[in-house]
Design a protein around this ligand. Structure first.
Ligand code: CP
Ligand code: NVA
Length: 332
């Protein structure tokens, strides 16, 4: 049956079948190829999208803006300072206003319930540009990147190290489970994803031929991994006070040369970015002054190595966000 995602929201990959996810990855590859060849995909003229960012962003905002411009669409960026959202106007009212003017709405912010409420009231597709719980647009970019470097998803060993109970860990576990990969969260047990989500992903994995594993043991957890993935130890919106406990708990789960050497020969390193791998950031310097660590979730050596595909991932954010907008607005 042909896949048709017109009118659908894009809030979490839980809502999508493996075939629909595959379709979005394929469409991303197609629009990437067209962009490289200079073939325009600009038949969305006359449409407009709103981008709501309650947290900061480089990749996601730029991807939505560049993709929308490429598609011929108008874009309006709203940040918490420059709009009434949340302070003077509820999410439901905002959704009903924006839904009258725009053809689609992106939201980056805090609880998943906020983006769900927007979607309930907007009457147009709503795209989750990151919440505390999920980061689904990143998943399509990551799957495209994996496909480009390693081919078929089925049977690949995917290891996530670090804070596995937040947006990236949750979303990657879902994506791997749906696509038939063997997902391992290799981290301290208080950072394992929540049991309910693990159980749900185990169901997806049963259907796809994948598996889910949780381990605190780095040696066995990362052995023969095809993909090593990590993310920042402290996410946007979390207080500075948590740095001390994160560093203590997650330092053993840094992605370094020893970890990469334990992985498969063809292993790749992935990170959604931004990453703390040197002292060239304000926060990186502050952490160094307070805790004496010059590299956090990944060493500079691994980040800069030829196994690192992080900038392919970053580029693929734009192509995949274009595909997500096209599919949900209706492929023309
Ligand atoms: N990976 C990602 O979402 O990056 P930004 O926070 O820069 O959008
Ligand atoms: N976990 C990170 C992801 C950034 C793309 C955060 O929420 O800040």
């Amino acid at each position: 049956m042909a896949i048709n995602l017109k009118g659908r929201n894009f809030l979490t990959l839980k809502d999508f079948t493996p075939e629909e996810i595959e379709y979005l990855v394929e469409l991303s590859a197609e629009v990437k190829d067209k962009k490289k060849k200079g073939i325009p995909v600009d038949n969305y003229r006359g449409k407009n999208v709103a981008l709501i960012f309650e947290k900061t962003s480089t990749r996601t905002r730029c991807s939505f803006e560049v993709a929308a411009h490429d598609m011929g669409m108008g874009v309006t960026y709203l940040d918490p300072q420059g709009s009434q959202i949340g302070k003077k106007e509820s999410i439901a009212d905002t959704a009903r206003v924006l839904g009258r003017m725009f053809d689609g709405i992106e939201y980056r912010g805090f609880e998943q319930t906020i983006v769900e409420e927007l979607a309930e009231y907007a009457g147009v597709p709503v795209w989750n540009g990151l919440t505390n719980e999920y980061h689904p647009t990143q998943m399509i970019a990551d799957l495209l990147t994996i496909r480009e470097h390693l081919g078929d998803f089925k049977g690949l060993k995917f290891v996530y190290m670090g804070d596995a109970r937040y947006n990236m860990g949750n979303s990657l576990m879902i994506a791997c489970a749906k696509m038939g990969m063997h997902f391992t969260a290799c981290t301290s047990k208080e950072y394992f994803p929540n049991e309910e989500l693990v159980a749900q992903c185990q169901e997806y994995a049963k259907a796809s031929g994948g598996t889910i594993a949780l381990t605190e043991d780095v040696e066995s957890g990362t052995k023969d991994a095809d993909i090593l993935y990590t993310d920042v130890w402290v996410s946007m919106g979390e207080p500075d006070e948590v740095w001390a406990e994160r560093i203590k708990a997650l330092s053993p789960y840094q992605v370094n040369k020893k970890v990469m050497d334990n992985a498969s020969d063809k292993a790749i390193f992935m990170h959604c970015l931004p990453a703390f791998h040197d002292l060239k950031t304000k926060i990186g310097k502050e952490v160094y002054e307070k805790f004496g660590l010059s590299e956090l979730e990944v060493t500079d050596e691994v980040f800069e190595s030829d196994k690192s595909v992080v900038f392919d991932e970053a580029e693929n954010r734009m192509h995949s966000i274009k595909a997500i907008m096209m599919a949900t607005l209706g492929v023309e």
